[in-house]
Design a protein around this ligand. Structure first.
Ligand code: T4K
Length: 369
Protein backbone atom coordinates (compact mmCIF):
# COMPACT_ATOMS: atom_id res chain seq x y z
CA UNK A 1 0.00 0.00 0.00
CA UNK A 2 1.42 3.42 -0.89
CA UNK A 3 -0.33 6.75 -0.43
CA UNK A 4 2.93 8.71 -1.03
CA UNK A 5 2.43 12.11 0.56
CA UNK A 6 4.48 14.87 -1.03
CA UNK A 7 5.58 16.39 2.28
CA UNK A 8 7.92 14.48 4.55
CA UNK A 9 6.65 14.43 8.12
CA UNK A 10 9.41 14.14 10.70
CA UNK A 11 9.23 13.23 14.35
CA UNK A 12 11.18 16.07 15.94
CA UNK A 13 10.47 18.74 13.31
CA UNK A 14 11.20 21.98 15.18
CA UNK A 15 8.70 24.56 16.39
CA UNK A 16 9.83 27.97 15.17
CA UNK A 17 8.53 31.27 16.55
CA UNK A 18 8.37 34.73 14.95
CA UNK A 19 11.19 34.95 12.36
CA UNK A 20 11.14 38.73 12.13
CA UNK A 21 11.61 39.10 15.86
CA UNK A 22 14.43 36.56 15.70
CA UNK A 23 16.17 38.54 12.94
CA UNK A 24 15.83 41.70 15.03
CA UNK A 25 17.47 39.94 17.97
CA UNK A 26 20.33 38.85 15.70
CA UNK A 27 20.89 42.45 14.62
CA UNK A 28 20.86 43.58 18.24
CA UNK A 29 23.42 40.90 19.14
CA UNK A 30 25.71 42.06 16.33
CA UNK A 31 25.23 45.73 17.27
CA UNK A 32 26.20 45.00 20.86
CA UNK A 33 29.10 42.78 19.73
CA UNK A 34 28.36 40.46 22.60
CA UNK A 35 27.91 36.92 21.32
CA UNK A 36 28.23 34.60 24.31
CA UNK A 37 29.50 34.35 27.95
CA UNK A 38 26.33 35.16 29.85
CA UNK A 39 25.08 37.92 27.62
CA UNK A 40 21.97 40.04 28.03
CA UNK A 41 19.67 37.61 26.23
CA UNK A 42 20.85 34.57 28.19
CA UNK A 43 20.16 36.43 31.43
CA UNK A 44 16.73 37.54 30.23
CA UNK A 45 15.78 34.01 29.16
CA UNK A 46 17.02 32.49 32.42
CA UNK A 47 14.76 34.84 34.38
CA UNK A 48 11.75 34.15 32.16
CA UNK A 49 12.17 30.39 32.40
CA UNK A 50 12.73 30.47 36.17
CA UNK A 51 9.49 32.46 36.54
CA UNK A 52 7.58 30.11 34.24
CA UNK A 53 8.75 27.04 36.16
CA UNK A 54 8.43 28.71 39.57
CA UNK A 55 11.98 27.68 40.44
CA UNK A 56 14.73 29.73 42.12
CA UNK A 57 17.56 29.02 39.70
CA UNK A 58 17.61 28.30 35.99
CA UNK A 59 21.09 27.93 34.51
CA UNK A 60 21.10 27.83 30.73
CA UNK A 61 23.53 25.44 29.09
CA UNK A 62 24.91 24.68 25.63
CA UNK A 63 22.95 21.42 25.46
CA UNK A 64 21.15 18.90 27.65
CA UNK A 65 23.98 16.37 27.69
CA UNK A 66 26.60 18.77 29.04
CA UNK A 67 23.98 19.99 31.50
CA UNK A 68 23.56 16.40 32.74
CA UNK A 69 27.34 15.99 33.03
CA UNK A 70 27.65 19.19 35.04
CA UNK A 71 24.74 18.25 37.32
CA UNK A 72 26.25 14.81 37.95
CA UNK A 73 29.65 16.33 38.78
CA UNK A 74 28.23 19.13 40.91
CA UNK A 75 26.39 16.54 43.00
CA UNK A 76 29.67 14.60 43.49
CA UNK A 77 28.17 11.41 42.11
CA UNK A 78 30.48 8.40 41.79
CA UNK A 79 30.37 4.60 41.69
CA UNK A 80 26.92 3.58 40.47
CA UNK A 81 23.84 5.56 39.55
CA UNK A 82 20.47 3.92 38.88
CA UNK A 83 18.70 4.99 35.69
CA UNK A 84 16.10 3.51 33.36
CA UNK A 85 17.35 1.84 30.19
CA UNK A 86 14.39 3.05 28.16
CA UNK A 87 15.73 6.55 27.51
CA UNK A 88 17.87 8.44 25.01
CA UNK A 89 21.48 7.26 25.18
CA UNK A 90 22.64 10.64 26.59
CA UNK A 91 21.23 9.74 30.02
CA UNK A 92 23.63 6.79 30.29
CA UNK A 93 26.55 8.43 28.48
CA UNK A 94 26.57 11.44 30.81
CA UNK A 95 27.45 9.01 33.61
CA UNK A 96 29.79 6.68 31.73
CA UNK A 97 31.69 9.71 30.38
CA UNK A 98 32.66 10.38 34.00
CA UNK A 99 33.52 6.76 34.84
CA UNK A 100 30.27 6.27 36.73
CA UNK A 101 28.42 3.02 36.06
CA UNK A 102 24.85 3.48 34.87
CA UNK A 103 22.85 0.69 36.51
CA UNK A 104 19.86 -0.02 34.31
CA UNK A 105 16.53 -0.36 36.02
CA UNK A 106 13.32 -1.79 34.61
CA UNK A 107 10.27 0.34 33.92
CA UNK A 108 6.65 0.33 34.93
CA UNK A 109 4.57 -1.45 32.29
CA UNK A 110 1.98 1.32 32.14
CA UNK A 111 3.87 4.58 32.61
CA UNK A 112 7.09 3.43 30.84
CA UNK A 113 8.95 5.29 33.61
CA UNK A 114 11.56 3.89 36.00
CA UNK A 115 9.87 1.45 38.37
CA UNK A 116 10.50 2.47 42.02
CA UNK A 117 9.96 -1.14 43.15
CA UNK A 118 12.77 -2.29 40.87
CA UNK A 119 15.06 0.58 41.96
CA UNK A 120 15.37 -0.57 45.54
CA UNK A 121 16.64 -4.01 44.49
CA UNK A 122 19.53 -2.46 42.56
CA UNK A 123 20.97 -0.42 45.41
CA UNK A 124 24.47 -1.52 46.44
CA UNK A 125 27.26 -0.04 48.55
CA UNK A 126 28.48 1.78 45.47
CA UNK A 127 25.18 3.47 44.63
CA UNK A 128 25.31 7.24 45.03
CA UNK A 129 22.16 8.37 43.25
CA UNK A 130 18.99 7.69 41.34
CA UNK A 131 18.44 9.60 38.12
CA UNK A 132 14.84 9.40 36.96
CA UNK A 133 13.79 10.32 33.44
CA UNK A 134 10.38 11.89 32.88
CA UNK A 135 9.92 9.90 29.72
CA UNK A 136 7.67 11.20 26.91
CA UNK A 137 6.49 14.17 29.04
CA UNK A 138 5.14 12.00 31.88
CA UNK A 139 6.64 12.68 35.29
CA UNK A 140 8.22 9.76 37.15
CA UNK A 141 6.68 8.58 40.42
CA UNK A 142 8.67 11.34 42.12
CA UNK A 143 7.34 10.82 45.64
CA UNK A 144 8.24 7.12 45.62
CA UNK A 145 11.73 7.82 44.26
CA UNK A 146 12.33 10.57 46.81
CA UNK A 147 11.27 8.23 49.63
CA UNK A 148 13.76 5.57 48.44
CA UNK A 149 16.53 8.15 48.04
CA UNK A 150 15.89 9.48 51.56
CA UNK A 151 15.74 6.01 53.07
CA UNK A 152 19.10 5.00 51.59
CA UNK A 153 20.86 8.38 51.77
CA UNK A 154 21.07 8.71 47.98
CA UNK A 155 20.92 11.79 45.80
CA UNK A 156 17.98 12.13 43.44
CA UNK A 157 18.04 14.09 40.20
CA UNK A 158 15.96 14.05 37.05
CA UNK A 159 16.59 14.04 33.34
CA UNK A 160 13.67 16.28 32.41
CA UNK A 161 14.63 16.56 28.73
CA UNK A 162 11.07 15.65 27.69
CA UNK A 163 9.13 17.46 30.36
CA UNK A 164 9.45 21.21 29.84
CA UNK A 165 6.01 22.69 30.57
CA UNK A 166 4.74 19.63 32.49
CA UNK A 167 3.68 19.44 36.10
CA UNK A 168 3.56 16.85 38.88
CA UNK A 169 0.88 17.19 41.56
CA UNK A 170 0.37 20.82 40.57
CA UNK A 171 4.03 21.88 40.63
CA UNK A 172 6.08 22.42 37.49
CA UNK A 173 8.77 19.91 36.62
CA UNK A 174 12.05 21.68 37.36
CA UNK A 175 11.44 21.83 41.10
CA UNK A 176 12.08 18.23 42.09
CA UNK A 177 15.04 16.27 43.44
CA UNK A 178 18.35 18.03 43.95
CA UNK A 179 18.07 19.42 40.43
CA UNK A 180 16.44 18.74 37.07
CA UNK A 181 17.95 18.91 33.60
CA UNK A 182 16.14 20.07 30.46
CA UNK A 183 17.06 19.76 26.82
CA UNK A 184 16.20 22.59 24.46
CA UNK A 185 17.41 20.73 21.38
CA UNK A 186 15.76 21.55 18.04
CA UNK A 187 13.52 18.51 18.38
CA UNK A 188 12.03 19.56 21.71
CA UNK A 189 8.75 21.40 22.27
CA UNK A 190 10.75 24.47 23.29
CA UNK A 191 14.05 24.81 21.45
CA UNK A 192 17.08 27.08 21.35
CA UNK A 193 18.64 25.25 18.32
CA UNK A 194 20.93 23.39 20.73
CA UNK A 195 20.56 24.11 24.42
CA UNK A 196 19.52 22.99 27.84
CA UNK A 197 19.15 24.09 31.42
CA UNK A 198 19.59 22.92 34.98
CA UNK A 199 17.01 24.08 37.47
CA UNK A 200 17.25 23.89 41.24
CA UNK A 201 15.98 25.54 44.40
CA UNK A 202 19.32 24.94 46.11
CA UNK A 203 21.43 28.16 46.22
CA UNK A 204 24.84 26.61 46.84
CA UNK A 205 24.32 23.91 44.20
CA UNK A 206 23.30 26.57 41.69
CA UNK A 207 26.40 28.60 42.47
CA UNK A 208 28.62 25.56 42.01
CA UNK A 209 27.02 24.67 38.67
CA UNK A 210 27.39 28.24 37.42
CA UNK A 211 31.08 28.08 38.23
CA UNK A 212 31.45 24.69 36.55
CA UNK A 213 29.81 25.79 33.32
CA UNK A 214 32.31 28.66 32.91
CA UNK A 215 35.71 27.07 33.67
CA UNK A 216 35.35 27.82 37.38
CA UNK A 217 35.70 31.59 36.90
CA UNK A 218 34.45 33.64 39.86
CA UNK A 219 35.28 36.96 38.16
CA UNK A 220 38.02 38.09 35.84
CA UNK A 221 41.33 36.22 36.27
CA UNK A 222 39.96 34.34 39.28
CA UNK A 223 39.41 30.61 38.89
CA UNK A 224 38.19 28.93 42.07
CA UNK A 225 36.86 25.61 40.81
CA UNK A 226 37.45 23.01 38.13
CA UNK A 227 35.05 23.58 35.26
CA UNK A 228 34.20 23.19 31.62
CA UNK A 229 32.47 25.17 28.91
CA UNK A 230 28.72 24.67 29.19
CA UNK A 231 27.61 28.16 28.18
CA UNK A 232 24.67 29.02 25.96
CA UNK A 233 25.26 31.52 23.14
CA UNK A 234 23.23 34.70 22.57
CA UNK A 235 21.91 33.32 19.28
CA UNK A 236 20.46 30.33 21.08
CA UNK A 237 18.98 32.58 23.76
CA UNK A 238 17.41 34.74 21.03
CA UNK A 239 15.76 31.64 19.59
CA UNK A 240 14.60 30.78 23.09
CA UNK A 241 13.09 34.21 23.70
CA UNK A 242 11.26 34.11 20.39
CA UNK A 243 9.99 30.60 20.98
CA UNK A 244 9.06 31.30 24.59
CA UNK A 245 6.62 33.98 23.39
CA UNK A 246 4.74 31.21 21.59
CA UNK A 247 5.15 28.31 24.01
CA UNK A 248 1.41 28.13 24.68
CA UNK A 249 0.72 28.03 20.94
CA UNK A 250 3.22 25.19 20.49
CA UNK A 251 1.65 23.21 23.31
CA UNK A 252 -1.86 23.84 21.95
CA UNK A 253 -0.81 22.54 18.53
CA UNK A 254 0.59 19.39 20.16
CA UNK A 255 -2.62 18.94 22.12
CA UNK A 256 -4.76 19.38 19.01
CA UNK A 257 -2.65 16.77 17.20
CA UNK A 258 -2.79 14.45 20.19
CA UNK A 259 -6.60 14.65 20.31
CA UNK A 260 -6.83 13.86 16.59
CA UNK A 261 -4.54 10.85 16.99
CA UNK A 262 -6.44 9.76 20.08
CA UNK A 263 -9.85 9.81 18.46
CA UNK A 264 -8.75 7.72 15.50
CA UNK A 265 -6.39 5.33 17.30
CA UNK A 266 -9.13 4.45 19.79
CA UNK A 267 -10.90 2.79 16.84
CA UNK A 268 -7.88 0.73 15.73
CA UNK A 269 -7.56 -2.70 17.22
CA UNK A 270 -4.03 -3.40 18.45
CA UNK A 271 -2.77 0.19 18.71
CA UNK A 272 -2.59 2.00 22.05
CA UNK A 273 -1.78 5.68 22.33
CA UNK A 274 0.14 7.05 25.32
CA UNK A 275 -2.18 8.68 27.89
CA UNK A 276 -1.62 11.79 29.97
CA UNK A 277 -3.15 13.13 33.16
CA UNK A 278 -5.47 15.87 31.93
CA UNK A 279 -5.38 17.51 35.39
CA UNK A 280 -1.67 18.31 35.06
CA UNK A 281 0.19 20.67 32.72
CA UNK A 282 1.58 18.70 29.80
CA UNK A 283 3.49 19.62 26.65
CA UNK A 284 1.92 16.75 24.66
CA UNK A 285 5.09 16.53 22.60
CA UNK A 286 5.41 12.76 22.27
CA UNK A 287 2.79 10.89 20.28
CA UNK A 288 3.88 7.43 21.33
CA UNK A 289 1.95 4.43 20.09
CA UNK A 290 2.29 0.88 21.37
CA UNK A 291 1.81 -1.74 18.68
CA UNK A 292 0.16 -4.83 20.19
CA UNK A 293 -0.20 -8.43 18.99
CA UNK A 294 -3.72 -7.81 17.70
CA UNK A 295 -2.49 -5.28 15.15
CA UNK A 296 -2.04 -6.90 11.73
CA UNK A 297 1.58 -5.70 11.35
CA UNK A 298 4.54 -5.77 13.68
CA UNK A 299 5.95 -2.45 14.92
CA UNK A 300 8.87 -2.81 12.49
CA UNK A 301 6.63 -3.59 9.53
CA UNK A 302 4.48 -0.59 10.41
CA UNK A 303 7.44 1.76 10.55
CA UNK A 304 8.61 0.49 7.15
CA UNK A 305 5.19 1.28 5.73
CA UNK A 306 5.20 4.75 7.26
CA UNK A 307 8.72 5.50 5.97
CA UNK A 308 7.75 4.32 2.50
CA UNK A 309 5.10 7.01 2.63
CA UNK A 310 7.38 9.85 3.80
CA UNK A 311 6.30 9.66 7.42
CA UNK A 312 9.51 9.55 9.43
CA UNK A 313 8.19 7.85 12.56
CA UNK A 314 10.86 6.75 15.07
CA UNK A 315 11.43 3.73 17.30
CA UNK A 316 12.19 5.86 20.36
CA UNK A 317 13.92 4.33 22.35
CA UNK A 318 14.72 1.00 20.81
CA UNK A 319 16.69 -1.16 21.63
CA UNK A 320 17.25 0.32 25.11
CA UNK A 321 20.59 1.68 26.32
CA UNK A 322 21.66 -1.70 27.72
CA UNK A 323 21.65 -3.10 24.19
CA UNK A 324 23.94 -0.39 22.78
CA UNK A 325 27.69 0.03 23.14
CA UNK A 326 29.57 0.30 25.39
CA UNK A 327 26.90 -1.04 27.79
CA UNK A 328 26.12 -4.16 25.75
CA UNK A 329 29.76 -5.25 26.22
CA UNK A 330 30.33 -3.86 29.70
CA UNK A 331 27.11 -5.25 31.16
CA UNK A 332 26.16 -8.27 29.02
CA UNK A 333 23.72 -9.60 31.63
CA UNK A 334 21.84 -6.36 32.25
CA UNK A 335 18.92 -7.54 30.09
CA UNK A 336 18.01 -10.31 32.52
CA UNK A 337 16.42 -7.71 34.82
CA UNK A 338 14.88 -5.64 32.05
CA UNK A 339 12.07 -7.76 30.66
CA UNK A 340 9.49 -4.95 30.65
CA UNK A 341 11.96 -2.58 29.01
CA UNK A 342 12.74 -5.12 26.28
CA UNK A 343 9.07 -5.78 25.61
CA UNK A 344 8.04 -2.14 25.52
CA UNK A 345 11.05 -1.05 23.43
CA UNK A 346 10.08 -3.59 20.78
CA UNK A 347 6.56 -2.17 20.52
CA UNK A 348 6.80 1.62 20.70
CA UNK A 349 6.61 4.02 17.85
CA UNK A 350 6.85 7.83 18.01
CA UNK A 351 4.69 9.69 15.48
CA UNK A 352 5.17 13.19 14.08
CA UNK A 353 3.56 16.18 15.77
CA UNK A 354 4.33 19.85 16.48
CA UNK A 355 3.37 23.11 14.78
CA UNK A 356 4.58 21.86 11.40
CA UNK A 357 1.70 19.35 11.31
CA UNK A 358 -1.70 20.44 10.05
CA UNK A 359 -4.89 18.60 10.93
CA UNK A 360 -4.81 17.31 7.36
CA UNK A 361 -1.32 15.87 7.70
CA UNK A 362 -2.31 14.13 10.95
CA UNK A 363 -5.30 12.77 9.03
CA UNK A 364 -2.98 11.44 6.32
CA UNK A 365 -0.90 9.58 8.91
CA UNK A 366 -4.04 8.17 10.47
CA UNK A 367 -5.39 6.99 7.11
CA UNK A 368 -2.24 4.94 6.73
CA UNK A 369 -2.47 3.46 10.22
N1 T4K B 1 17.94 12.98 27.81
C1 T4K B 1 16.89 12.64 27.05
C2 T4K B 1 15.82 11.81 27.66
C3 T4K B 1 16.82 13.06 25.71
O1 T4K B 1 15.77 12.71 24.95
C4 T4K B 1 17.87 13.85 25.20
C5 T4K B 1 17.85 14.28 23.83
C6 T4K B 1 18.94 14.19 26.06
C7 T4K B 1 18.94 13.73 27.36
C8 T4K B 1 20.11 15.01 25.60
O2 T4K B 1 19.78 16.33 25.31
P1 T4K B 1 20.64 17.15 24.18
O3 T4K B 1 22.09 17.03 24.55
O4 T4K B 1 20.33 16.54 22.84
O5 T4K B 1 20.14 18.55 24.32
C9 T4K B 1 17.33 13.54 18.84
C10 T4K B 1 17.90 14.76 19.49
O6 T4K B 1 19.15 15.11 18.89
C11 T4K B 1 18.08 14.64 20.98
O7 T4K B 1 18.23 15.94 21.47
C12 T4K B 1 16.84 14.05 21.60
N2 T4K B 1 17.01 13.79 23.02
C13 T4K B 1 16.48 12.76 20.92
C14 T4K B 1 15.24 12.16 21.48
O8 T4K B 1 16.24 13.02 19.54
P2 T4K B 1 18.33 11.67 17.30
O9 T4K B 1 19.62 10.96 17.28
O10 T4K B 1 17.09 10.90 17.22
O11 T4K B 1 18.37 12.86 16.21
P3 T4K B 1 18.05 12.86 14.65
O12 T4K B 1 19.11 13.63 13.98
O13 T4K B 1 17.80 11.49 14.19
O14 T4K B 1 16.72 13.75 14.55
C15 T4K B 1 15.53 13.38 15.17
C16 T4K B 1 14.36 13.74 14.29
O15 T4K B 1 14.16 15.14 14.26
C17 T4K B 1 14.45 13.29 12.84
O16 T4K B 1 13.19 12.74 12.50
C18 T4K B 1 14.69 14.56 12.07
C19 T4K B 1 14.07 15.63 12.92
N3 T4K B 1 14.75 16.93 12.86
C20 T4K B 1 15.93 17.07 13.53
C21 T4K B 1 16.60 18.26 13.53
C22 T4K B 1 17.89 18.43 14.27
C23 T4K B 1 14.22 17.97 12.14
O17 T4K B 1 13.15 17.81 11.51
N4 T4K B 1 14.88 19.17 12.15
C24 T4K B 1 16.04 19.38 12.82
O18 T4K B 1 16.57 20.51 12.83
O19 T4K B 1 18.31 12.55 18.64
Amino acid sequence: MSISFKETLHVGAPNIGDRQRFHQYVDEIFDRRWLTNRGELVQELEQKLADYLGVKHCILMCNGTVALEIAIRALDLAGEVIIPSLTFIATAHALQWQQIKPVFCDIDRHTYNIDPKAVEKLITEKTTAIMGVHLYSRPCDIDALQAIADKHGLKLLFDAAHAFGCSYKGQMIGNFGACEVFSFHATKVFNTFEGGAITTNNDSLAEKMRLMQNFGFAGVDNVIHVGTNGKMTEISAAMGLVNFLEINKFIEANKRNYDLYKQAIAEINGLKLIEFDENQCCNWQYIVVEVGDEYPRSRDALIDLLHANNIRARKYFWPGCHRMEPYRSLQPDAGSLLSVTDLVASRLLAMPTGTGMTAKSVGNVLDLL
